[in-house]
Write a protein that binds this ligand. Structure first.
Ligand code: EPU
Length: 421
């Protein structure tokens, strides 16, 4: 178990570089096993979820080497099994992303129920539905999923939820078949687009990625290739919020302006002072934070709406804004539970129901002993600790390292008083 110890109430200053997108690299790594030659990925974040993914691939028989700090070579040519290591699957919800690629490679896949962050009910029905429409029969028992390709796929599938990882599973399986498949109701997130770009370089013809209808004509001969992981827009949002909440001047490098539309809209409502000096460089300056006046609520939505994974930090920002804000977390019924910890720090937050809280500010926060419940609530607690008077201790910090590379050192470089124990 790891702890973060933060002495807060300090203004930060400097520059921070955005890492590769966690939710882009995880499906790309899974998809790489479909190639008949090695793939080389650049801008790979050094995060715990990537380390678990590497172990999963190695346990399947892939050979993995780091070419340098952020460049990873995956050689899938010796892959020998379609069964995922159950101990590793227990650590990573994104293990579900291996179902489509393993089916593509072997016609079969076997895994235990995946683990991962506890942020509410996360059904996998849409995955099974999509893969069944693409020809798989899936049996589920108390511990395992087993999938086998055994019937003709249909040419048009409809996803009853705009699930990100179900879209990615369907994209992978469809990319390995010479038929043409249309996915209706597809998720549109930037990481779905990044995966589609990788699959296209491997040899699939893909149109419409980034919209809710994707058309794929695949091939049996997917080839390994070079691919760059797109920048993490959740990190960009998180560091913008961190800068603004601590009244700091921070330059965020290597981000992508085109992924910032809705995040920018909501930050403007809160009075966050930000400016893109070019399409990759965002500067946050101190500003007068205020609760949004002209919108009814802050609501998470599938892309291009405000991303659920940036909501927890934004709630912390609202504790420093004058006025009251209603937050509506549309997706997860456990995401908002961490706000109880902010209340112990002095925040004024009323829980309306599992999906809605009202935050009133500005409030002084006091350092506390806390435990990170998941990646995103964990980083939100770090921001709260940076704002608070006194010392904040965050237990279970390993959950934060699942999604944020080298976070302690990066914050120290900005002038934060933070250490690991
Ligand atoms: N949902 C609905 N209706 C919808 C869409 C989603 O009810 O139309 C609910 C479902 O209950 C579902 C949940 O919302 O389980 C999440 O949706 P989705 O299936 O899209 O989530 P996911 O594919 O399991 C990915 C990310 C999550 C991120 C969500 C939503 C990866 C590896 N994970 O999960 O990332 O929160 O999309 O954008 O891509 C994280 O990075 O911390 C994380 C949890």
């Amino acid at each position: 178990m790891t702890k973060l110890i933060i002495n807060g109430n300090k203004t930060l200053r400097g520059e921070i570089n955005i890492s590769g997108n966690k939710n882009a690299v995880l499906p790309c790594l899974a998809a790489s096993l479909m190639g008949n030659s090695p793939s080389i990925f650049s801008n790979v974040p050094q995060i715990e979820d990537v380390k678990v993914s590497i172990k999963l691939l190695e346990a399947l028989g892939c050979n993995i080497t780091w070419q340098n700090d952020h460049t990873l070579i995956v050689d899938p040519t010796k892959i020998s099994t379609f069964e995922l290591d159950p101990n590793l699957v227990a650590k990573l919800r994104a293990s579900i992303l291996y179902l489509g690629p393993l089916l593509a490679k072997f016609g079969s896949a076997k895994m235990r129920h995946p683990g991962g962050c506890i942020i509410g009910r996360r059904p996998v029905g849409t995955h099974f539905d999509a893969l069944s429409q693409l020809g798989a029969e899936i049996t589920v028992d108390e511990t395992n999923y087993e999938a086998n390709l055994n019937h003709e796929p249909v040419s048009e599938i409809f996803l009853d939820e705009v699930s990100v990882t179900a879209t990615e599973n369907a994209l992978c399986l469809a990319s390995s078949s010479p038929r043409t498949t249309r996915i209706l109701g597809a998720a549109c997130e930037p990481h779905v687009v990044n995966l589609a770009e990788y699959l296209s370089k491997m040899g699939a013809k893909i149109e419409g990625a980034g919209t809710n209808t994707i058309t794929i004509t695949g091939t049996k001969d997917l080839v390994g290739c070079e691919h760059e992981i797109s920048p993490d827009y959740i990190e960009t949002a998180t560091f913008a919020i961190l800068a603004s909440s601590t009244n700091s001047q921070i330059t965020i490098n290597n981000c992508r302006q085109s992924d910032f539309h809705m995040i920018g809209v909501y930050l403007k409502h809160f009075g966050v002072n930000f400016k893109f000096v070019d399409s990759k460089t965002l500067v946050i300056s101190p500003g007068q934070l205020k609760a949004p006046e002209s919108i009814k609520e802050i609501q998470t939505r599938p892309w291009p709406g405000f991303p659920t994974d940036a909501l927890s930090p934004l709630i912390v920002l609202a504790t420093q804004a004058s006025g009251s804000t209603l937050f509506h977390e549309w997706m997860y019924d456990g995401r908002l539970l961490f706000t109880d910890m902010l209340v112990t720090m002095g925040a004024k937050i009323i829980t309306c129901d599992p999906h809605r809280v009202i935050v009133s500010g500005p409030t002084k926060l006091r350092g506390k002993n806390l435990a990170s419940p998941d990646i995103r609530a964990g980083i939100a607690l770090v921001i709260a600790g940076l704002i608070a008077d006194g010392t904040t201790v965050i237990d279970n910090a390993h959950l934060i390292y699942r999604g944020y590379e080298n976070i302690t050192q990066r914050l120290i470089q900005l002038g934060a008083d933070i250490k690991e124990e």
